[in-house]
Design a binder for this molecule. Structure first.
Ligand code: SAH
Length: 496
């Protein structure tokens, strides 16, 4: 099993910085023992212009068979011979992924003590895997890597070069090129190599969900093949896949399609639950309608799902999505089809880059602002700045805030106790904490606030999502609409 990663030198960084990033010195060949064999790391070339690291994994097929026994799921097909004669020793697979994660652990995490600035910088990378088992063929390889910014070459390997009429094997020779950080590249490989191989060498347990979410952070939330990736990575274990997809949707609101498809794929006969992200959007749109808002800000709009939803209703005459992440905005523009929109439709929508931690004049004068699953992405010391930017400076008549209810986390099957739902959440509030924050904010800025649950309101721990609807006290005649808003959201709306 063999994989190489190459980079070229850039203005600020010679190619040999790859050695720093990987914590492996380019002048030395090193060996690491892994559970199933030995990983060799060496650099076939290391100059300031060009540097290549190679990982060669020597697998002991007998040890592999032994270790797979008794773990519920073998690495090899069941026949006695196949246990010893199989492709594992040379085909890139979950074994290689595990070795990458182990040997280059800090690089995967994006850590580099000696040069802390290095891991964050995207650089020209080329990855080659000469023999990659690819169930789904070259087309799937392209669909998995291309959306992540790689240009992909996947050539099918013929079954036997002497007999071309036999056709292609299930292997491809893979080359990826792109300008990414090394940590991104390693995380893509860590997840996607086993996904393509589609046969895990170890038993998939619930902590695999954590590993997937950690390695998938920042890209899996928005990947068009998210369902396939999650399903295969978790070896088609249905409850794990469902849980992982729900948590990805929590993280980035990837929309209803993914969960529904996952359920379809499994031929589920039970009633399909409505994904939380969809319920959240319904609640927000309902509250905006009830408030009579026409010009709306979606603050922290992510990939623009809510913006898209609002554009379907002509009563929303202007919809502005704001986000700090350029990448999210680009994806939003693509999803919304901004380029292809009629002029009239395009005049209703704008996407702005900006941080909510700073006052922004462009945000003044709107009817309503939505902060859906955004506050928990800010460090708590930044919250007063957000509060001022939204309630003090922009001052829309209506503000709708949705955020996770941390008390509900005990109901997520795979979420370890004490952990937040997504690695980028800086905190998650209890119902009490959210009410206190929202009540104080309302008091300081002349708003009234009501609260509402989204999702099943558990008698003990409350709903998965909590919502606050603020109405500016001096906002004029539409007070009744606000009252209606709060009651549509909850029967026990409480005003503070
Ligand atoms: N509102 C969307 C996305 C939530 S994810 C939804 O409900 O699905 C949180 C979003 O907030 C991300 O897109 C992130 O880029 C954005 N964000 C985080 N901090 C921000 C800040 N300081 N200013 C603006 N956007 C921010």
């Amino acid at each position: 099993m063999f994989l190489t990663i190459s980079t070229t030198g850039t203005a600020g960084s010679p190619a040999t910085d790859l050695g720093f990033l990987l914590h492996k010195h380019p002048d030395r060949a090193q060996r690491f023992s892994t559970a199933h064999g030995t990983a060799h790391v060496l650099y076939p070339e290391a100059t300031a212009e060009r540097c290549t690291v190679a990982m060669l994994l020597e697998i002991d097929p007998v040890a592999l068979v032994r270790s797979a026994r008794g773990k519920g799921r073998g690495a090899a097909p069941d026949s006695a011979l196949a246990q010893y004669v199989n492709d594992r020793p040379y085909a890139a697979s979950s074994l290689l992924a595990v070795a990458l994660g182990g040997v280059f652990g800090s690089a995967v995490k994006g850590q580099c003590a000696a040069r802390p600035e290095l891991p964050g910088v995207a650089r020209p990378l080329r990855v080659e895997v000469p023999v990659l088992p690819a169930r789904g063929g070259a087309g799937l390889v392209e669909r998995l890597f291309a959306p992540l910014g790689w240009s992909v070459t996947a050539e099918p390997v013929p079954l036997d070069e002497r007999f071309p009429e036999w056709g292609d094997s299930r292997y491809v020779r893979l080359a990826l090129e792109g300008e990414l950080t090394l940590a991104e590249a390693l995380r893509h490989l860590y997840v996607l190599l086993p996904v393509l191989d589609d046969s895990k060498h170890y038993w998939v347990s619930p902590d695999e969900v954590e590993k997937l979410l950690r390695a998938g952070e920042g890209w899996l939330e928005r990947h068009p093949e998210q369902v396939l990736i999650t399903n295969r990575y978790l070896a088609r274990r249905r409850s794990l896949t469902r849980d992982a997809l729900a948590r990805l949707a929590e993280a980035d609101d990837t929309g209803p399609e993914s969960l529904d498809n996952a359920v379809d794929e499994e031929k589920d006969t039970a009633e399909k639950p409505v994904p939380l992200a969809v319920r959240r959007r319904e609640a927000v749109v309902g509250a905006l309608r009830a408030a009579g808002a026409a010009r709306v800000l979606d603050l922290g709009c992510g990939q623009g799902q809510l913006v898209g939803e609002l554009l379907k209703d002509p009563r929303f005459t202007e919809v502005v999505g704001v986000d700090v992440s350029m990448r999210a905005l680009k994806e939003a523009a693509r999803r919304l089809g901004l380029e292809r929109m009629s002029e009239r439709q395009a005049a209703r929508v704008r996407l702005l880059q900006g941080s909510l931690a700073y006052t922004d004049r462009r945000l003044a004068g709107y009817d309503a602002a939505v902060l859906s699953e955004v506050t928990e992405h800010l460090d708590p010391p930044r919250l007063p700045a957000l509060e001022y930017a939204v309630f003090g400076a922009a001052r829309p008549a209506t503000v709708i805030v949705t955020t996770p209810n941390v008390e509900y986390n005990v109901r997520w099957e795979t979420l370890p106790a004490g952990q937040v739902r997504h690695p980028d959440h800086r905190f998650e509030w209890t119902r009490e904490e959210f009410r206190t924050w929202a009540g104080d904010v309302a008091g300081r800025h002349g708003y009234e606030v009501g609260f509402a649950p989204v999702g099943p309101d558990d008698p003990e721990v409350g709903p998965p999502t909590q919502t606050a609807v603020f109405h500016r006290r001096d906002a004029g005649p539409d007070r009744t609409a606000t009252a209606a808003t709060t009651t549509t959201l909850t029967k026990e709306a409480t005003a503070v």
